[in-house]
Design a protein around this ligand. Structure first.
Ligand code: KIV
Ligand code: ZN
Length: 520
């Protein structure tokens, strides 16, 4: 298996598993599926679709990816125990190509304080887990969690044992983002040299970004023999995140002089689109100076740089925006672009809409075109994600009126549609948004806690669309994200709040915990 990919680094995308563990990044199942389809288009080799035992939603997302996403290997995460592995195996049953990724911690601090187990017990559990996973698939990955703070001699021993038991990929997580690039590369080199049977497996990197080293560490791993990189789109992930896929892929692509012939199967022209999709669906805004995919990554401001670029692009650009799929991204549409022009642009932007969605999106486009002369790609993406990609609309905002101004008490009245029923309420608050939220709470009789609220202009100008992102918490502490888009910022705020509440309600009614119990 390793020879087939000798000069390829496999891209293992864990946006839907490790990425989704970012606080506040919870995605609905249909959103995960949409991201998975885009990852397949991007050309990732493996998609870690979820951690099936961890929740009903994770199980369902993994199952649906296995059933519907064609191309990449679909992977499910499992701790080193029978129940986790059987659940992952069941969730992955429909996949054409499936992988079980099982893990157990190997560092002294994790074994002693978290697992309360001795190294020989951990080794035995790892071997049994791999053997169990092999009953569901021949493609089994093993991770010694917190590998980079583990004793090397123990890693040699446990990795040799899991290879013997049938593991085909050995993933080396820097779980807490502790090591520096040289150190990480040396760990990979030493494993390559000292683990018995290592030539039968693919070595994989899995680096977290706590010290800002995740991408550099992964690349040093590749330089020393790793042939799989685990990463996420936009570097999403727990705490400071995981290694960013776009950074790894573009470093390999831009520096063949350094990395030699090592390449990936990624279609780099899909990078920007994928990054935007993940940002929109998770509500995690990309910082403007983010490498590769930030808004300013290809912007040149200083006179000297602009002059240089005009004379010869390579003076200040080491890669072109076209390579990541950014060409023509400033194309402007308007009222007169027509249905054909609009749909054509949607397709170019990667939105594959059903007939019904196309109609809804076009209506919204025309409404927006009445308010705003120039419509940019960012506007199209925002209106599609706001109006078309929504969860079940249990609650709908039917009417909103807000009065506020200097020296007056901000008040709001709303009418909410709940099925066929209409409920009205009026309230005042500290500001117009606060008043609108209070009125919504009173109308629907729910009071989720508002965790965070942010608003940004999608494009420039006073008629720009405002996109509001809110995060709310239910009484059990589960978090839900909501987005709303409008040229009116109070309306976009109210829509975002209602969207988050609908997601909270959908998650509750969609619980399949009982069904899952029956699967295992
Ligand atoms: O960071 C980590 O150790 C992980 C493992 C589950 C692979 O995500
Ligand atoms: Zn991780």
């Amino acid at each position: 298996m390793i020879n087939e990919n000798a000069e390829k680094v496999l891209i293992f995308d864990t946006t839907l598993r490790d990425g989704e563990q970012s606080p506040g990044a919870a995605l609905a199942i249909n959103e995960k599926l949409e991201i998975a389809h885009q990852l397949a288009k991007l050309g990732v080799d493996i998609i870690e679709a979820g951690f099936p035992i961890s929740s009903a939603a994770q199980y369902e997302a993994t199952r649906l990816c296995a059933e519907q996403v064609i191309g990449p290997v679909i992977c499910g995460l499992a701790r080193a125990n029978e129940k986790d592995i059987a659940t992952a195996g069941k969730a992955l049953e429909a996949a054409q190509k499936r992988r079980i990724h099982t893990f157990i911690a190997t560092s002294p601090i994790h074994m002693e304080h978290k697992l309360r187990k001795k190294p020989d017990q951990v080794l035995k559990m790892a071997v049994e887990a791999v053997k169990m996973a092999r009953q569901f698939t021949e493609d089994v990955e093993f991770s010694p969690e917190d590998a980079c703070r583990s004793e090397l001699s123990f890693l040699y021993e446990i990795l040799a044992a899991v290879i013997e038991a049938g593991a085909t990929t050995l993933n080396i997580p820097d779980t807490v983002g502790y090591v520096l690039p040289y150190e990480y590369g040396q760990i990979i080199a030493k494993l390559k040299e000292n683990v018995k049977g290592i030539e039968k497996a693919v070595i994989s990197t899995h680096c977290h970004n706590d010290l800002g080293m995740a991408s550099a560490n992964s690349l040093d791993g590749v330089r020393n023999g790793a042939r799989q990189v685990e990463c996420t789109i936009n570097g999403l992930g727990e705490r400071a995140g995981n290694a960013a896929m776009e950074e790894i892929v573009m470093a390999l692509h831009t520096r063949p002089d350094f990395f030699g012939k090592i390449g990936t199967n990624i279609n780099t022209r899909e990078i920007y689109r994928t990054s935007q999709l993940v940002s929109q669906l998770t509500g995690f805004v990309i910082q403007p100076n983010k490498a590769i995919v930030g808004k300013n990554a290809f912007a040149h401001e200083s006179g000297i740089h602009v002059d240089g670029i005009l004379k010869k692009r390579e003076t200040y650009e080491i890669m072109t925006p076209e390579v990541i799929g950014l060409e023509g991204s400033r194309m402007v549409l308007g009222r007169h672009s027509g249905r054909h022009g609009f749909l054509d642009r949607c397709r170019q932007l990667g939105f594959n809409l059903s007939e019904e969605e196309t109609e809804a999106a076009y209506q919204k486009f025309m409404e927006l075109a009445d308010k705003k002369k120039e419509i940019f790609d960012e506007d199209i993406a925002a209106l599609i994600s706001d109006e078309v990609r929504t969860v079940d609309q249990h609650y709908r905002l039917d009417y909103l009126h807000v009065a506020s101004g200097t020296g007056t008490l901000p008040t709001a009245s709303v009418r909410m549609k709940i099925g066929d029923e209409l409920r009205q309420a009026a309230a005042f608050g500290d500001g117009p948004v606060d008043a609108a939220y209070e009125a919504i709470r009173q109308a629907i009789g729910l009071a989720p806690k508002l965790d965070s609220y942010s608003i940004r202009a999608i494009t420039e100008g006073t008629k720009a669309l405002g996109e509001t992102t809110v995060r709310i918490q239910n009484s059990q502490g589960a978090r839900f994200i909501g987005r709303g888009v409008s040229t009116d910022i109070i309306e976009s705020s109210a829509k975002a709040y209602v969207d988050a509440i609908n997601r909270m309600v959908a998650a509750k009614s969609g619980s399949r915990a009982e069904k899952i119990k029956n699967h295992i």
